[in-house]
Design a protein around this ligand. Structure first.
Ligand code: S3P
Length: 182
């Protein structure tokens, strides 16, 4: 009986997710991609990762886009992604680039979850190699200033703030618990 109840609960959550998108925001290295993959395992809703889509469409890496076309060009692509998702996509998990809430109204894409992690913990998680993939994380001091400048915007842009200083299954479970029941 217990198992049947748990299954019903999950199915109701999955049904509800299918009327919107689940949008993950947060600073670089806060775990958006990993949480998106774990959410996929629970909901089977497809993941749209804005960075990956932009890289594929442009056939360039993000560092290449920044250095050859400039940050403004990249932000225009993010805005186009955000608009496209809000007008055309439902039932998906949207993993955003860390700067997107500064330049776009992310709430128009769906239910927004801010993965809240301290800058110190982000430093622990991001390897040197991972930092090099991110043009705005090359200089640690500048990255800290960016983090401080953005923190309140992340909070204001989210429907839910999630403590991301926990394991991926715990974070995932909290997000699923936030989804409204049918
Ligand atoms: C950026 C974050 C990156 C990527 C780009 C700019 C930012 O995404 O979109 O390098 O402005 O914070 P991640 O948050 O996935 O690292």
């Amino acid at each position: 009986m217990d198992n049947i109840n748990i299954l019903c609960k999950i199915q109701k959550r999955v049904w509800k997710l299918h009327s919107t998108n689940l949008v993950l925001i947060g600073f670089m290295g806060s775990g958006k991609s990993s949480v998106a993959k774990a959410l996929y395992q629970h909901t089977r809703s497809l993941i749209l990762d804005s960075d990956l889509m932009i890289e594929n469409n442009e056939n360039m890496t993000i560092p290449e886009i920044f250095s050859q076309k400039g940050e403004q060009y990249f932000r225009d692509l993010e805005r186009a992604f955000c608009l496209f998702v809000s007008q055309n996509i439902r039932h998906c998990i949207i993993s955003t680039g860390g700067g997107m809430p500064m330049f776009c109204d992310v709430k128009q894409m769906g239910k927004v979850f801010f993965l809240d992690l301290s800058f110190e913990d982000i430093l622990l998680r991001l390897s040197k190699e991972e930092r090099l993939k991110r043009p705005l994380f090359k200089n640690q001091k500048a990255a800290l200033e960016l983090y401080q400048k953005r923190y309140q915007v992340y909070k204001d842009s989210a429907h839910f703030c999630i403590n991301a200083n926990r394991s991926i299954p715990e974070i995932t479970q909290e997000i699923l618990d936030c989804l409204p029941m049918k």
